[in-house]
Design a protein around this ligand. Sequence first.
Ligand SMILES: [Ca+2]
Ligand SMILES: [Ca+2]
Ligand SMILES: [Ca+2]
Ligand SMILES: [Ca+2]
Length: 220
Amino acid sequence: MNIQNLFRTLISGIVVYGVLLATPVWADNLVNLTSTGASIADGNAACPDQPYFRYVGGDPDNFSNPTDPAYPSPDLATLLITPPSIQGVVDYDVAMNNGRFGDSFNLQNTRSVCYAVIKFRAKNTGDVPSTDGLTIGHVESGGSPFTVVAQVLEPGALPLTQTYAFDATGLALLSGITGGTTPLDSILDVYLQDDAEIDFITLWVWYGPVPSCGGNPSTC
Ligand SMILES: [Ca+2]
Ligand SMILES: [Ca+2]
Ligand SMILES: [Ca+2]
Ligand SMILES: [Ca+2]
């Protein structure tokens, strides 16, 4: 993974119930994500008897003014300005051209992750959007390194709302942020560099044993 791909973007939230929309097939641009099984019904089926937590960043208002605030963690805020970009750091609903976007979600949970779905809306707005990426992971103390959990490359190529499920690798890495053997601070960072605009990001997370670990969270 080159440095350009590494720096592709994240956010905060609350518990609610809702309905997911259909997802376009775009597998070539997905890292540790899949368009298969990206629904609440799939998460409920994979993690029986587990409620889901919904984390929301930005308002799904189709990029409308006013801008929606992002709340990057202190470590992500440091990453966003290292080095400074031409445009600077932007919020949701801001056309980005050589800028940086970031938001952080405090997952507030120390259990491993059984299932997770991400939904967002993006569009290309800058000079070379084909090199962009939305990166989901965890920024370490002081702004580096960025532990990558999953990515969507060129997230604005499709002017549509996109919904993906984390694959087995993504779930294992996500569990390293929450309920792994050396859990971090449960903050999930999302980072985007540098030519696309984000309307909103929503995460659904089911906690519990990681399916790929044979149902035993103590072993992974
Ligand atoms: Ca708005
Ligand atoms: Ca650019
Ligand atoms: Ca770019
Ligand atoms: Ca918005």
